[in-house]
Design a protein around this ligand. Structure first.
Ligand SMILES: [Zn+2]
Length: 389
């Protein structure tokens, strides 16, 4: 088995930009070969994945879960080492007062999983090797699993990726912008009957805005962070910048008035897009537009529809793809396994088809706070469209 093809050591501090597998483009040689054409971009071969046995796949999860202790399992509750192996791949804590039974996925997003480990590895492989993401329906045919299975599998990965935002603190030059998605309404047949859907009163309340910030530093880092809001406004942009931007950063925004107040938080530069794409001093928002282009391509070309309920996770996973686009498959694979094996159990997706779906609230921020948009009455929608001042 080629376990060595996937590094099992955890990332210990440092940035991925210092990682030997990072191939950030050389600014002195802008015409060098595109990263995805190089052999570093495909440093896990498909047959390395297909040839894994389920025991090999289990061993990968095992090594990642207990990487800090050199692969020695310990109780997830009390931390006691040397658990008893009670049956295949299950352990019991030896501490008398604990006696907790656990497995390699206990307490992670894949707790209580029924799928073979190899299928999970194959799903991750398919997801990372598709630069705009993998549609669940496509994955059903690739893996020979039901649609529901593929959908939850991909969503668990996306949810886990989304949690990485919690510790993100952007620095340097940061571009901020918003992109509207959803609420596609069919226009009337006759032109005189058609409504102007750009106007607030003609919308159906399903439109959401992905507000995103992206570092635009020469070389690295160029991290991207997203948050779903109802519409671009001062309160939300303020809260977003306050939480995720370091002091001394410089923010670049377009002329939208939602970014006017940010001047109180950071140095600001504006680009007036009605006049120019790039200001005289070279200031632009092309990096953030590039990220939105990837969202658009993922929407148009792959998913065809983002559930507004899970828009936050889709956006987060596209942001991860944007940020790791110069990392090889091996690095991406280990980053995903590391992420899902350390993230807590999914509150949202555990037992999804057993009723959890009803408990999921929209992942939307209103007036700078995350809110649960479970009330779908027209009145509640109207209230959401005009956040409290
Ligand atoms: Zn224990």
């Amino acid at each position: 088995m080629q376990i060595s093809t996937i590094p099992s050591s955890p990332r210990t501090g440092g940035s991925k930009y210092d990682h030997p597998e990072c191939r950030w483009p050389d600014p002195d040689n802008p015409r060098s070969q595109h990263f995805l054409l190089t052999k570093e971009a495909r440093n896990i071969r498909p047959k390395d994945i297909w040839n894994l046995s389920d025991d090999d796949a289990y061993q990968i999860f095992h090594d990642f879960r207990w990487a800090e202790t050199d692969g020695k399992p310990y109780c997830p509750v009390c931390g006691t080492f040397d658990p008893y192996s009670i049956r295949r791949r299950r352990f019991r804590c030896p501490a008398n007062e604990c006696r907790r039974e656990f497995s390699v996925t206990s307490g992670t997003v894949f707790a209580n999983r029924k799928l073979p480990f190899k299928t999970i590895i194959m799903a991750i492989w398919e997801e990372i090797s598709a630069v705009k993401g993998m549609a669940a329906l496509h994955l059903t045919r690739k893996l020979g699993v039901q649609y529901k299975t593929a959908w939850v599998l991909l969503m668990k990965i996306r949810e886990a990726i989304g949690l990485r935002r919690d510790d993100m603190n952007l620095r340097g030059t940061i571009q901020i912008d918003g992109k509207y998605v959803g609420s596609i309404q069919k226009p009337e047949n006759k032109k005189e009957d058609r409504l102007d859907f750009r106007l607030k009163e003609n919308q159906n309340g399903k439109r959401r805005c992905i507000m995103a910030m992206r570092e635009a530093n020469i070389g690295a880092p160029n991290r991207t962070i997203t948050r779903v809001i109802m519409d671009e406004n001062n309160l939300d942009s303020w809260a977003f910048v306050k939480k995720h931007v370091r002091k001394n950063a410089r923010i670049v925004a377009d002329e939208h008035k939602a970014y006017d107040d940010l001047i109180g938080l950071a140095k600001m530069t504006r680009v007036n897009h009605s006049r120019q794409f790039m200001a005289e001093d070279g200031t632009h928002t092309n990096f953030i537009e590039g990220f939105f282009a990837r969202i658009e391509r993922a929407y148009v070309g792959v998913h065809h529809r983002f559930s507004m309920k899970y828009l936050d996770w889709y956006a987060a996973s596209v942001a991860w793809k944007e940020d790791t686009r110069y990392m090889g498959l091996r690095w991406q694979m280990s980053d995903i396994i590391r992420t899902i094996i350390r993230r807590p159990i999914s509150r949202n997706l555990s037992g999804y088809w057993q009723g959890a779906a009803q408990r999921i609230a929209d992942q939307v921020w209103v007036a700078g706070k995350p809110v649960a948009l479970t009330d779908r009455s027209p009145k509640a929608s109207a209230a959401r469209l005009s956040p409290p001042s």
